[in-house]
Design a protein around this ligand. Structure first.
Ligand code: ADP
Ligand code: MG
Length: 698
C-alpha cells in the first residue's frame, strides 16, 4: 500500500511543483498524508437555499438560486471589477469579481439559472457577494447536497487557485486514488475498546460528510487519534526518563536546611508548602532525576519552597541556581533570598546582563570552583562562560518565558543532569498540563499564606474617571500605593505608549500633591530600576506601567491595581496583574477600567474576574473562551502542540480517556513491542520521529 507520509504532494494529480511549494509553505502540506490531515475548519449546510429578500448583515455563507440580469465592468486599475446584477425574483444583489473578469463573463451567461454560493457583505445600502462559487442549476444535486467543508486558505493559496473548493477537490483525488481506504492507525485491541468509527470512514466523512451524525463520529475518532498518540508519546518518554536518567542523590537533610528551618524562617509553612516540600524531598532523594512543575497562584509562597529546595541541594554538597525571566525579578529574588538567609554562612551571587564586567570576572571563577553556593540570575546564567562546579538543582521561575532549548542549555551544564524545578504562577488547566507537561510531575500550592484578605475586584467604565480618582486619593491618604497598568500590544505599540504617556500627564496633574513614577519596556534597564525603586521604597505613591510589572514585583504596601483598557488583556494576564496587590494585611482592590462598548465575550471575561480570584478557575475559563491556541504560553512553550482537530478547551474528556487508555497499554507493554502493538509503535514513529529527544529536555 501507498505510504502516504512519504509521498510528496507534488505527485498528486492536479498539484505539480509550483502548487506543491505553495501548499508546503502556506499550509504545511508536504505529503499525501499532510493533505489528508488538513481538516476543514467548518462546514456549511448547503441543503438550504436563501432568498435575496432574506439577506441581512452578518450572515454566514449562503446559497441563492437565480439569474444574472446584466454585467458591468467598473473602476480602473486595482479597483477594476466585474459586477453582475443577480436576482431570484425577491430582490437584486450584486456579484463582484476583481480577478478573472474575462473568464467569468465567458463562462456564466446572462439569463441562465445558476446556484450562487458565498458570503454577502454590506456595501452602502445594498449587499454584494465577492467572488462567489457559481454552478449551473443542473448540478444542484451535486453541489447543494448538505454539508460543505471549508478549508483554511491564505491569500497566496487563493491566488494560485488553491481555494477551499480546490482543496476539497484534491482530497477527492487523493481518496479516490487510495480507493477510500486509509490504513488504520490503531491496534485491534484499542479499536475494540473505544468502539469508534474506522479511520477510513472517519477520513471519508471529515472531508465528505454523509450526514451530521457521521461527521460527528468522524470528528470524535480523529480527535481521539490525535490526543491518544500525544499521550502515548509523552507517557512513554516519561517512563524512559524515569528508567534511564539517574539523579543526583540528595538524601541528607543537613545543617543548612535545619538551621534555616529552625532559626531563620519567620513563619510556619502552609500545609500546601509542607506537602510540596515532601514531594520535592522524595524526588531529590530517589536516585532519579527530578523534573517537577511547581504551580502556585501568585503570592502562594513559591519562592520559599525554591529556597528550601536549594538548601537541600547545598546540604548534599551541590550548588543550586535560580533563573528568572527579567532583571527586576532576578534582583527581587536575590534580595528576598538574602533577607531570608540573613547571616547564615551561604555564598550567593547575582548574575544578570547588567552585572559589571569586574564583578563577573570575580563571580564566574567562584561559581566554577564551587565557592559560590547559590546563583540567582537571568538568561545570563545559560551563557557558555558560566560553568558550575557541581550543579545539583536548577530552578526556573515563570517558565513560560523560556523556550525549551534555553532550559535545556541550563541543564546540560553538568555531565550529570541536575534536578529541575520549574515554577509557574500561571495556573495551567489540567487538560493543558497533561498535554504540555504530561511528562513532568506536578506539585500544586493550592493555599495562600494565612491572613490575606481577598482582593476586591471592580469593573468600571472609563467615562467615570473622577470617581476613580477620588477613590485612589482616599487610599493614598491612608498611606497606600497604587499601580496603574496600560496594555501593550505589539501591533499598536506606538498608540499604546501614547496612552501611557498621556496617562502620566493626567495623573501628575490630578495627583499633583503626590509622586507619580512610570516604567515601560522602552526604558533602559538601569532607568527602569531607578523608577521601580522609587515605588518599592515608598517614595512614589503611584506607579504607571505597561505590563512589565506583570511578573514578580512585590510591594506589600500597594493596595490598588488599576488596569486600563482591561478589555484588551487576556484573563490569565489580568489575574497575574491583580496578584501584585493583596500582599499586605490591608484590604486591596483591583479596578478593571474598560470602555462601555464591549463584545459579549469580553463582558463575560471581565465578569469572571470580578466573580472569582481562583487562578485555576480563571485559567479554565480562559481556555474555554479563547481556545488553547491563544492561551498565553502555549505558543512559546516550545513543546509545539500543534493540534489539528482536538481542542483542549472543550475536549478535556476525550483527552482524559485517551490518556487513561494510553496508560493501560503502556503498563502491560511499555515499549509497545508486542506484535499486536506494532501498528501503534509504527504510527508513533511517523508522528514523532523528528521530535526524538524532546522528552529529555522539556
Ligand atoms: P509567589 O512567588 O508564589 O508569588 P512569594 O514567594 O513571593 O509568592 O510569597 C508571597 C509573600 O508571602 C512573600 O512576602 C513571602 O514572604 C510570604 N510567605 C510565603 N510563605 C509564607 C507563609 N508560609 N506564611 C506567611 N507568609 C508567607
Ligand atoms: Mg514569585
Amino acid at each position: 500500500m501507498l505510504e502516504l507520509d512519504k509521498r510528496s504532494i507534488m505527485y498528486l494529480p492536479g498539484v505539480g511543483p509550483k502548487k506543491a511549494e505553495i501548499l508546503q509553505r502556506e499550509a504545511e502540506i508536504a505529503s499525501f498524508e499532510d493533505l489528508l490531515y488538513y481538516f476543514p475548519y467548518k462546514y456549511i449546510d448547503r441543503s438550504r437555499f436563501y432568498t435575496v429578500a432574506e439577506i441581512t448583515d452578518n450572515m454566514p455563507h449562503i446559497q441563492l438560486k437565480g439569474r444574472i440580469l446584466s454585467y458591468d465592468t467598473l473602476g480602473e486599475g486595482r479597483t477594476r471589477r466585474l459586477v453582475a446584477r443577480f436576482s431570484d425574483g425577491t430582490g437584486v444583489i450584486e456579484l463582484v469579481w476583481f480577478k478573472g473578469i474575462a473568464f467569468v463573463k465567458e463562462k456564466y451567461h446572462v439569463g441562465k439559472e445558476y446556484i450562487v454560493f458565498g458570503k454577502p457583505v454590506e456595501f452602502g445600502h445594498t449587499f454584494n457577494i465577492p467572488h462567489p462559487d457559481i454552478d449551473p442549476i443542473e448540478q444542484a444535486a451535486q453541489v447543494a447536497n448538505g454539508l460543505t467543508p471549508f478549508y483554511n486558505t491564505s491569500e497566496r493559496m487563493k491566488k494560485a487557485f488553491l481555494n477551499s473548493r480546490a482543496i476539497q477537490n484534491l482530497q477527492f483525488t487523493l481518496l479516490n486514488m487510495i480507493e477510500w481506504d486509509v490504513i488504520e492507525t490503531l491496534s485491534p485491541d484499542v479499536l475494540d475498546q473505544i468502539k469508534m468509527t474506522s479511520l477510513s470512514e472517519a477520513m471519508r466523512n471529515i472531508h465528505f460528510p454523509e450526514s451530521m451524525e457521521k461527521l460527528k463520529a468522524a470528528r470524535l475518532r480523529l480527535k481521539f487519534d490525535e490526543l491518544f498518540f500525544i499521550q502515548l508519546h509523552i507517557l512513554q518518554t516519561a517512563t524512559f526518563r524515569k528508567q534511564k536518567l539517574k539523579g543526583l542523590v540528595c538524601t541528607t537533610v543537613g545543617e543548612r536546611f535545619n538551621t534555616f528551618y529552625k532559626d531563620y524562617l519567620p513563619f510556619d509553612l502552609t500545609d500546601a508548602q509542607k506537602r510540596v516540600m515532601r514531594e520535592i524531598r522524595v524526588d531529590m532523594g530517589s536516585g532519579r532525576q527530578m523534573n517537577r512543575l511547581l504551580q502556585g497562584d501568585v503570592g502562594s509562597g513559591k519562592t520559599l519552597v525554591a529556597l528550601l529546595s536549594m538548601l537541600l541541594a547545598l546540604d548534599n554538597n551541590y550548588q543550586a541556581c535560580m533563573m528568572a525571566p527579567t532583571e527586576i525579578l532576578a534582583n527581587q529574588h536575590y534580595v528576598t533570598v538574602m533577607n531570608f538567609l540573613g547571616d547564615m554562612d551561604i555564598k550567593i551571587a547575582l548574575l544578570t546582563g547588567s552585572t559589571k564586567k569586574k564583578d563577573r570576572n570575580k563571580i564566574l571563577p567562584a561559581i566554577a570552583s564551587g565557592e559560590i553556593d547559590i546563583v540567582i540570575g537571568t538568561h545570563a546564567l545559560i551563557e557558555e562562560t558560566v560553568v558550575f562546579s557541581t550543579l545539583g538543582l536548577a530552578i526556573i521561575d515563570e517558565q513560560h518565558r523560556f523556550g525549551v532549548e534555553q532550559r535545556a542549555r541550563l541543564w546540560q551544564k553538568n555531565e550529570q543532569v541536575p534536578h529541575v524545578l520549574v515554577m509557574t504562577a500561571t495556573p495551567i488547566p489540567r487538560t493543558l498540563a497533561m498535554t504540555l507537561y504530561g511528562d513532568l510531575d506536578v506539585s500544586v500550592i493550592d493555599q495562600l499564606p494565612p491572613g490575606r484578605k481577598p482582593i476586591l475586584t471592580l469593573h468600571r467604565y472609563d467615562n467615570r474617571k473622577a470617581e476613580l480618582y477620588d477613590f485612589l486619593r482616599k487610599e493614598i491618604r491612608l498611606g497606600r500605593q497604587v499601580y496603574v497598568v496600560y496594555p501593550l500590544i505589539e501591533e499598536s505599540e506606538k498608540l499604546d505608549y501614547k496612552a501611557l504617556e498621556e496617562g502620566f500627564k493626567v495623573f501628575t496633574e490630578v495627583f499633583s500633591e503626590y509622586k507619580v513614577c512610570m516604567v515601560h519596556g522602552r526604558m533602559k534597564p538601569a532607568e527602569k530600576d531607578v523608577e521601580m525603586q522609587k515605588f518599592i521604597s515608598g517614595e512614589a505613591n503611584i506607579l504607571l506601567a505597561t505590563t512589565v510589572i506583570e511578573v514578580g514585583v512585590n510591594v506589600p504596601n500597594a493596595s490598588v491595581m488599576v488596569i486600563e483598557s482591561a478589555e484588551r488583556f487576556g484573563l490569565s494576564q489580568l489575574h497575574q496583574l491583580r496578584g501584585r496587590v493583596g500582599r499586605g494585611s490591608e484590604q486591596s482592590y483591583c479596578v478593571l477600567v474598560s470602555s462601555f462598548k464591549l463584545s459579549n465575550d469580553t463582558r463575560k471575561r471581565l465578569e469572571i474576574m470580578v466573580q472569582t480570584s481562583n487562578g485555576f478557575e480563571i485559567a479554565e475559563a480562559d481556555l474555554r473562551l479563547r481556545g488553547h491556541g491563544d492561551l498565553e504560553g502555549t505558543r512559546q512553550s516550545g513543546v509545539g502542540i500543534d493540534l489539528k482537530i482536538a481542542d483542549l478547551g472543550s475536549d478535556g474528556q476525550i483527552l482524559q480517556y485517551a490518556r487513561d487508555l494510553a496508560n493501560d497499554i503502556l503498563s502491560s507493554d511499555n515499549d509497545l513491542s508486542s506484535p499486536e502493538h506494532q501498528i501503534l509503535a509504527a504510527r508513533l514513529k511517523t508522528l514523532f520521529a523528528h521530535k526524538i529527544g524532546w522528552g529529555l529536555i522539556s
